[in-house]
Design a protein around this ligand. Structure first.
Ligand code: NIG
Ligand code: FE
Length: 399
């Protein structure tokens, strides 16, 4: 059935910047956007949504999450707020290793049920496409278990879910060189053969893998036709962003310590830098990404949630947009574009989603605000009125 969204105060098309079209409507046919602006239609069967006093935005694209995991880490949270830092907890066997233990203990069904619940939650906050990483298994059977859960969620969900195999850390009691060999010789070929992931990602940082190790792993993943991502320069500048540029990764994420010259290199090779302000906020990290350099080099920037049980328990993209402005000092327009258009580019999906234009998939979010600057400003409110996926309402409330 066709759908008409009428009387919107603003439609954020993402054309030439944020692309505001005022007092306009959208016609959707066969799950795609047909017309934006003034709509004339003689369709008899037409579902109509009155978007009076509302802003319509492309559905949020959360291009970086760790949404499937077992257990929870509130004890570490309590330690952190009383002064112990994330790195120290990680080095003492907490952190990722802690979630690995709990994820290994969980059955596939338990991980699936919890994942499904979290997906239902993100839909209420306007996310229509989400990337989900493995990385809490750290052995071939356990990484396969996580990826199978992610793929089952993908199959059953109304959202587009993009699975990523994440090489997260060296498992307890294993030599790092042996683990790298296992990843390269067994895990990558096995995951590729079973077609369980689109991307391969690696945590390249001083508390995880070196640049050299990361390069070895990503080159092998490339051989097996994975697209590439990298967790880069979060706790130190170890050259992760440069490596992303060298290997033409689709995105490089975190980037707190990334320098201007590395930003230029990423821009040149078409890497989408992806900033994760929720993590900086949740961990109270003082170091900030070099926002001015992204601006002066005209380098596009995506923002994502990094939702995970340790370093960021925030999955609401409107909140992430607020934090990009408040914590990183991004301008409102760049934050919104980062959560839609460039989020789509960070997943290599901009041909399908991430903007409101004729022919694109009708993934939209209708927000209870009358101008877009109120999106980050209404930090304490849930502003999502309707979430629309492929032209169908998947969440909605009457106000
Ligand atoms: O992206 N940086 C590495 N990995 C995750 C944290 C995972 C965890 O603490 O469980 C992140 O922030
Ligand atoms: Fe992450």
């Amino acid at each position: 059935m066709a759908m008409l969204i009428k009387n919107a105060c603003e439609i954020l098309t993402m054309k030439d910047g944020i692309g505001v079209v005022k007092d306009a409507s959208i016609l959707i046919e066969n799950s795609r956007i047909k017309t934006v602006g003034k709509v004339k239609t003689d369709k008899k069967k037409l579902e109509t949504i009155n978007a009076k006093n509302c802003v319509v935005c492309p559905g949020f694209v959360d291009s970086h999450t760790h949404l499937v995991y077992g257990g929870s880490r509130e004890d570490e949270f309590a330690m952190r707020v009383s002064g112990v830092d994330y790195e120290k907890i990680a080095r003492a066997g907490g952190g990722i290793a802690n979630t690995v233990k709990m994820t290994r203990k969980a059955t596939k069904q338990e991980l699936y049920n919890q994942g499904k619940q979290r997906i239902n939650n993100i839909i209420k906050h306007g996310t229509t496409t989400v990337e989900i990483k493995s990385g809490y298994g750290l052995s071939t059977p356990e990484e396969l278990k996580m990826l199978r859960v992610i793929n089952k969620l993908k199959k059953d969900s109304v959202l587009d879910i993009i699975p990523t195999y994440l090489v997260h850390t060296v498992p307890y009691q294993m030599k790092r060189r042996d683990y790298i060999d296992l990843v390269r010789e067994e895990m990558i070929p096995e995951i590729a053969k079973k077609k369980l992931a689109v991307f391969c990602d690696i945590f390249c940082d001083k508390i995880a893998f070196t640049k050299k190790e990361s390069k070895k792993v990503l080159l092998k993943a490339k051989e097996f036709n994975f697209k590439l991502k990298i967790h880069a320069d979060e706790f130190a500048n170890v050259g992760g962003a440069r490596l992303a540029a060298q290997l033409n990764c689709t995105s490089a994420d975190h980037l707190l310590y990334t320098t201007k010259s590395a930003i230029k290199a990423m821009k040149k090779s078409g890497v989408i830098p992806t900033l994760l302000p929720g993590t900086s906020f949740f961990l109270q990290i003082k170091k900030k990404p070099y926002i001015k350099a992204y601006k002066s080099t005209e380098c596009p920037v995506a923002i994502a949630s990094d939702f995970n049980p340790g370093s960021c328990m925030i999955y609401s993209m409107p909140k992430i947009i607020s934090l990009a402005c408040i914590v990183y000092g991004m301008c409102v327009e760049d934050a919104i574009i980062g959560a839609t258009k460039y989020g789509a580019k960070a997943l290599d999906l901009f041909d399908k989603i991430g903007s409101i234009e004729k022919g694109k998939q009708a993934d939209l979010v209708i927000l209870c605000v009358d101008n877009y600057k109120k999106i980050p400003y209404y930090f304490g409110e849930d502003i999502v009125k309707y979430t629309i996926k492929k032209g169908r309402i998947i969440y909605g409330k009457n106000r």
